[in-house]
Design a protein around this ligand. Structure first.
Ligand code: MG
Length: 207
């Protein structure tokens, strides 16, 4: 992977450790052979988008990034992961879109990372393009995680990869919903092909 992109990822706000980002990058390269573009749910400031975007650039593919950019529950003022630098001074509301756009511009990945500011479930309901990889790292409530799983996995091609972040088998390490959709994926015929930190990479097999 381009070393300047790894350096940029290190300085970009976000919650994706570099080793997990590199595992995402490898999954992105592998997904290119399954066919179809890549799609990420939950972009925040674009840190993980750099890893998948690098894979898209190298394989001549594209990464769609989906985020409403209004922040998840835990990003709001007074919550654990709130960052006051991401408040829009004109409205006082959380807005990670300018930060995301700056990251992708600095990376020179505008032709390979196509950002969509939208609600994930609404977009999934009207989406038509088959996808080679889906990365779920959006809202961590049960409703959001379930919506992302049910909305996006039907769009994966045979052999396509489903990546899920923040999968914690031990409840002491983190919230349940990403782990629950990981279990559902295994029950519905996905096969685990890689694991790094809290990232799980699964392949879609069968019908
Ligand atoms: Mg995450």
């Amino acid at each position: 992977m381009r070393s300047d992109l790894i350096d940029l990822a290190r300085e970009t706000r976000g919650f994706m450790p570099v080793p997990e980002g590199l595992a995402l990058y490898s999954a992105g390269l592998r997904a290119a052979s399954a066919g179809g573009p890549l799609l990420e749910v939950g972009s925040y400031c674009g840190r993980s988008s750099l890893f998948l975007g690098a894979a898209a650039e190298e394989t001549g593919s594209v990464l769609f990034t989906i985020d409403h950019h209004r922040g998840s529950e835990e990003h709001q003022p007074g919550e654990e992961y709130h960052d006051p630098d991401l408040l829009d001074p004109s409205t006082g509301r959380f807005d990670s879109l300018p930060c995301f756009a700056r990251t992708i511009r600095r990376a020179g990945l505008e032709r390979h990372v196509l950002g969509i500011a939208a609600d994930s479930s609404e977009l999934a309901a009207t989406w038509r393009a088959p996808l080679g990889l889906v990365f779920i790292d959006g809202g961590h409530s049960s409703e959001a995680a379930r919506g992302d799983f049910e909305g996006w996995t039907p769009h994966l091609v045979e052999g396509g990869l489903l990546c899920i972040h923040d999968v914690f088998p031990d409840p002491a390490d983190g919230g349940r919903p990403p782990y629950e959709i990981y279990l559902r994926a295994l029950e519905s015929g996905f096969v685990e092909v890689n694991s790094e930190g809290s990232l799980r990479v699964l392949a879609r097999t069968g019908a």
